[in-house]
Design a protein around this ligand. Structure first.
Ligand code: IMP
Ligand code: MG
Length: 179
């Protein structure tokens, strides 16, 4: 499968991804069943994850989105800005971040900082994909879907230069093309 100048191969199927999402939704339902958490999806990558997540989450909740930017092409630029902020009031709320993937953790750290000076009740991260070898931060990721090595992937919301987000399965950069 080719996107722009790069070749990718099938890595994780939609079925495996969606059973991981169902599991995360069950874990969070169990932990927050009596509360009304505010889910904050991180755009654009979280759109598939969040859509599937709420098929399985069955408690009272609110849903909002933020938009950050850090990636250009295959590597993080190190610059993370907030392009869109949470629209709902966050005072006293239990916040759960919905991230597509945690890589270096820079975006996550920025989100932690963003909420640190707000008067929220609790803060947890749920990520669909996780690269433990790339993660350089101390902050504990509470809910993780699928862990894999430090490789570049696309599909199920994740992009390569904005391509591939619509793909139903997850694809990995073919090694002979690795930069
Ligand atoms: P971090 O700030 O380095 O943890 O990167 C987090 C963000 O970078 C994610 O929300 C993704 O948008 C993007 N990202 C990280 N790894 C990949 C990847 O393998 N493919 C596509 N996007 C990625
Ligand atoms: Mg993203």
């Amino acid at each position: 499968m080719r996107l722009l100048d790069k070749d990718f191969e099938l890595f994780v199927t939609q079925q495996e991804i969606e059973s991981a999402i169902a599991r995360i939704a069950q874990e969070i339902s169990r932990d927050y069943g009596e509360k009304c958490p505010l889910f904050v999806g991180v755009l654009n990558g979280c759109f598939r994850f969040s859509g599937e997540f709420f098929k399985h989450y069955n408690g009272a909740c609110e849903v909002s989105f933020v938009k950050m930017a850090s990636y250009q092409g295959l590597t993080s630029t190190g610059i993370v800005e907030t392009l869109l902020d949470v629209s709902a009031p966050v005072d006293g709320r239990d916040i759960i971040i919905l991230e597509d993937i945690v890589d270096s953790g820079r975006t996550l750290q920025q989100l932690v900082n963003h909420f640190a000076d707000k008067n929220i009740s609790s803060f947890k991260i749920a990520t669909l994909f996780y690269k433990p070898a790339a993660y350089t931060k101390e902050y504990e990721v509470a809910y993780k879907g699928i862990e894999f090595p430090n490789e570049f992937v696309v599909g199920y919301g994740l992009d390569y230069n904005e391509r591939g987000r619509e793909l139903n399965d997850l694809y990995i950069l073919t090694s002979r093309w690795k930069t």
